[in-house]
Design a protein around this ligand. Sequence first.
Ligand code: NAP
Length: 491
Amino acid sequence: MKRTPTIAIIGGAMSGLCMAAKLKAAGITTFTIYEQGSQLGGTWRDNTYPGLTCDVPSRFYQFRFAPNPDWSRWFSGGAEIWRYFDGIADRLGLREHVELNSEVVDARFEGQRWTVAFADGREIEVDFLISACGLLRVPRYPDIPGLDSFDGAAFHSARWDHEVPVAGRRVGLIGTGSTGAQIVGALGGVAGDLKMFQRTAQWVFPMYNPRFSRLTRALHRRFPKLDTLAYDACRATIDWVAMALVAPGRRRDAIQAICRRHLRKKVADPDLRVALTPGYEPMCKRIVISSDFYPAIQRDDVHLITDGIERVEPRGVRTADGTLHELDVLVLATGFDAHAYFQPMTLTGRDGLTLREAWADGPRGYMTVALPGFPNFFMLMGPHSPVGNYSLTEIAETQAGYVVQWIELWRDGRYGAAEPRQDATDRFNARLREAIPGTVWASGCNSWYLDEDGIPELWAWAPKRHRQELSAPRLHDFELEPVAVPAVAPG
Ligand code: NAP
């Protein structure tokens, strides 16, 4: 007789849905996804800015177990991706396991179970707690004097205000990351005058983004195996390319050469080219992938402003050279707090250990998925996940598959509570730190990858190694506590 676990998944976006799908595929149905929003979809629900596109190929930015034959392009737009993930809930029968508008604010581990508290005062008890809260979730607002004094409309790119017209108006955009570049590509020629305020230039890799023909889509519908083959081919290619991130060599040189050539060939004005040339190695910051950005930034109605921002005033942005750039709309494409993880939710593990205490020196975990002192708790997209330019869906599948294996062991009565050993966690983090100097992210630039110590919070090896390391639980890396009380089936 297998035991029946109760499982709370926090977050109804890509990784939470992945976790739920993997549990269901394993025959486990006693789980609930708690989603704080009123819709599923996380980042693809929240980000609706013009030009939003995923720069991972669609055939690889999907679940391998749930292919979509109908992708319209090689690289799909945000709304299409949101529809895919929202549709997964119906397609795989997960929607009945979803509780929307359910914000988890606190969770405490006692007596081999988690007590989970919600913002509305409700409490539940579960055997497993799984965080799937997403990575780029908390918008980062810039600390620019006078921002609140602006008379026009100002909003973060992840909170785009569609009530505010941009067509024909004077739009200012702060930020030159993937988001900023995509917005410039989309608003160039739409806004009356668009000013991009650049603090740091970005390397831009070209994006080839044709539509899938009707024939291709029909073939993928008729032969779903084609999608699996395409997924595997994309993964093999991106695995190969991703080696450039973690080790110097010819691959890194080749990608860097493509970026430099892209800039040289596509930007005609030598002064603009200089202004757009970063002073760090390509890929040190997450590389921008776009073929729209360079043409757009060279339009007469689009301007690159490289003078530093001094302050925001009621009429616009004042730069260090004294110029007031008058604006109607100010867009803050200033990124996310990638180190917030599931905070501000509070978490208390064994013997009253709080997450704040455990992470006093920064977020650290065991193999991206678990935390010493926090039994029967797992994370998707936890610290040091391989989130560089890789497909987060693949990472979620790997992590969710690993978590299911732990839950299966629990069902077999092999333990009542399991947590990674501190020494195993320390060994993992020490190995990571040894590998980090070889990565391009540590080659000398500022980026959202870096933690407070300036160390990239990323997987420092090939993505393939993440799959291998998480292919099966290593029991000797964990403290296993025997079953204390028989689990009670829900209902
Ligand atoms: P980001 O890469 O963190 O870029 C933020 C930008 O804002 C940077 O250019 C930064 O300048 C600038 N900035 C921040 N504070 C500023 C200030 N006070 N004054 C002037 N400039 C300031 O954010 P993002 O573009 O939103 O992208 C974040 C991540 O989201 C990406 O790296 C990617 O992982 C993901 N994303 C993915 C896609 C996709 O296609 N898959 C699309 C969009 C986003 P500095 O560089 O000088 O700090």
